[in-house]
Design a protein around this ligand. Structure first.
Ligand code: P6P
Length: 349
């Protein structure tokens, strides 16, 4: 028979306390810890992140049961403002973000890949001093094949009254973002965020229904072996990008990884190092990815982790958008690997 502990002290040892403390480090508590404050602004940001976490939980739940339900998978038959065929999951996820911020009093406006104009929540305006910019489902081509997907989000302060509804204040550089991150729907659901004080990851514990702290102050390796790009576009790239790809093909130590969902590819690079690139193509030099709700939020996360994000000629976070759905080339990841791509773009080698 197992020996009873000599005293209860053995049960309340350091390990138990640490494990319990970890399970209690929810996202909302972590944000307040980060800000070292319980001010109204801090409370707002903590509540904002909690709403984003709720959106992640709702989307994760639907994805986990997609194959068992009617009307979840497949296309709607519509085309969005990007000219892309819309998946039913795109629409559901977009509506989830809108719903979780109604009656929140926090967000007056939502801008999304799926909506031509920002969506106003009148009952939250003008009290709601924040705008949420998001890509509800990143990598929706993976939806129907049960592969990893993501949501990308950025929070900005609403500046001015936006009387004409044109959201001109959203057209500002990425360094104006006050929070950014992504939710990764993989074997587990993770939420990674920054409020400008490092990058932190949380894992959804379905038994608790909470995102629990997994890693704090994540630092991207200075270099990694992974290069992540859709080589099917090789024939449409500028010669400098082709030369970079020929370089990694002939140089030992590189490996290709490309999933079709950049949240998944960039998360791997955040943890293991390397570079993700989606360059412009000759007919579309601005590329495919959208600046305000894809490249800029991811750029903030990667820069906060010690990495870099560039168009090839300037930092993503310094690009001044002129329109809401502006696209930009993206080269993002470990400093050494981003610099290597830049050297080909800027000097041809
Ligand atoms: P392609 C998904 O639509 C996305 O925005 C990124 O997540 C992904 O890396 C890329 O586009 C995939 O695009 O042209 O390689 O299929």
């Amino acid at each position: 028979m197992a020996q009873a502990p000599e005293s209860l002290e053995l049960l309340s040892n350091d390990t138990t306390d640490k494990s319990l403390d970890r399970d209690c480090t929810t996202l909302s508590r972590h944000v307040l810890q980060q800000l070292q404050s319980f001010s109204p602004d801090a409370q707002d940001l903590s509540a904002l992140m909690t709403r984003i976490a709720l959106a992640g939980k709702l989307i994760a739940r639907r994805l986990s049961r997609a194959g068992l339900m009617e009307g979840v998978l497949g296309f709607t038959g519509d085309v969005n403002v990007q000219g892309e065929s819309v998946k039913k999951m795109d629409v559901y996820a977009n509506d989830v973000f809108i719903s979780v911020f109604k009656q929140s009093g926090l967000v007056c406006r939502l801008a999304s890949e799926e909506m031509e104009k920002p969506y106003y929540i009148p009952e939250n305006c003008p009290i709601g001093r924040y705008s949420l910019l998001y890509d509800p489902i990143d990598g929706s081509s993976n939806t129907d094949t049960n592969l990893s997907l993501g949501s990308i989000f950025a929070v900005r302060k609403q500046e001015g009254t936006d009387l004409n509804g044109e959201a001109a204040d959203l057209l500002s550089v990425g360094r104006k973002q006050i929070a950014a991150g992504y939710i990764l729907y993989g074997p587990s659901t993770m939420l990674i965020y920054t409020i400008g004080k490092g990058v932190h990851s949380f894992t959804l514990d379905p038994s608790l229904g909470e995102f629990i702290l997994t890693e704090e102050n994540i630092r991207i390796p200075n270099h990694g072996s992974v290069y992540s790009v859709n080589e099917g576009n090789f024939w449409q790239w500028d010669e400098s990008i082709r030369e970079y790809i020929r370089y990694v093909h002939r140089t030992e130590g590189y490996t290709a990884r490309y999933s079709g969902a950049m949240v998944s590819d960039i998360h791997r690079i955040l943890l293991q190092g390397g570079v993700f690139l989606y360059p412009g193509i000759l007919p579309k030099p601005e590329g495919k990815l959208r600046l305000l709700y894809e490249s800029a939020p991811l750029a903030l996360v990667i820069e906060q982790a010690g990495g870099r994000a560039t168009t090839g000629h300037m930092d993503i976070l310094d690009v001044m958008p002129t329109k809401l759905h502006q696209r930009t080339p993206l080269i993002i990841g470990s400093p050494k690997d981003v610099a290597k791509v830049e050297s080909f773009i800027q000097n041809g080698h």
